[in-house]
Design a protein around this ligand. Structure first.
Ligand SMILES: N[C@@H](CCC(=O)N[C@@H](CS)C(=O)NCC(=O)O)C(=O)O
Length: 232
């Protein structure tokens, strides 16, 4: 059994999608990042960067003690290797899947995250930051579009962990004010992936918990962004 420590966010959904796609049994442990659960010692013991998601595999392949893993890229590779799924074995497909996985965790995720932050949550509008991250977001959509013009999936003709990592972030396109119509190959890929029942199940995890954005309270903003309460 795998324990999934998560919250209903794009990074969290990468792993619920992967677990659903692999057909691995898992139990969800919600981490309320708006209330500071990510800083509790028990969570830091498995995720020292105080970020969700993290997993604990209670049946690792070496038969040893339960194994904890943090960082979505590392978790996706771990689960792909554990199950022999969604990471091509041939060196070219393998290389491509890792390239685009690292592109997502080092580029698409952080840049879209910053774009969303300055657009939706920053207490004041900072034109330089908003423009910088919007331009970078559009540039990355262009990179994605050109890659998907050449082939069905990010790493070739096989669906892989690179697609699983990217989908939940592209799914934020409306909040990011991106016109998908301007990226026809991304749209084709997005519509194709949306038809996967396992992906949809993974993406639905915790939707019922999103009745308001955790970032909306002063307490949460302080915890998540280091922003001081107006009364302090
Ligand atoms: N590089 C990390 C990013 C994870 C991440 O940023 N998680 C956010 C939620 S989407 C989080 O836990 N935020 C809590 C905080 O900032 O304290 C990964 O890929 O696992």
């Amino acid at each position: 059994m795998i324990e999934l420590f998560t919250a209903p966010t794009p990074n969290g959904w990468k792993i619920s999608v992967m677990l659903e796609e692999c057909g691995l049994p898992y139990e969800v442990r919600w981490v309320n990042i708006g209330k500071g659960d990510q800083f509790k010692p028990d969570f830091l013991a498995i995720s020292p960067n105080n970020r969700i998601p993290a997993i604990v595999d209670h049946a690792p392949a070496d038969g040893g003690e339960p194994l904890s893993i943090f960082e979505t890229g590392a978790i996706l590779i771990y689960l792909a290797e554990k199950t022999g799924q969604f990471l091509p074995a041939d060196i070219r497909g393998h290389k491509a899947a890792l390239e685009w996985l690292f592109w997502q965790v080092g580029g698409l995720g952080p840049m879209l995250g910053q774009h969303g932050h300055f657009k939706l949550y920053a207490p004041e509008r900072i034109a330089y930051a908003t423009d910088r991250y919007r331009n970078e977001t559009l540039r990355l959509y262009g990179v994605l579009d050109r890659q998907l013009a050449k082939q069905t999936y990010l790493a070739g003709e096989d669906y892989s962990i690179a697609d699983i990592a990217s989908f939940p972030w592209v799914q934020t396109y409306k909040a990011q004010d991106i016109d998908l119509g301007g990226f026809v190959h991304v749209k084709r890929w997005y519509d194709l992936l949306k038809q996967r029942p396992a992906l949809r199940r993974g993406m639905d995890l915790g939707r019922q918990l999103i009745n308001r954005r955790p970032q909306d309270s002063a307490e949460a903003r302080k915890l998540l962004f280091g922003i001081k309460d107006e009364t302090e």
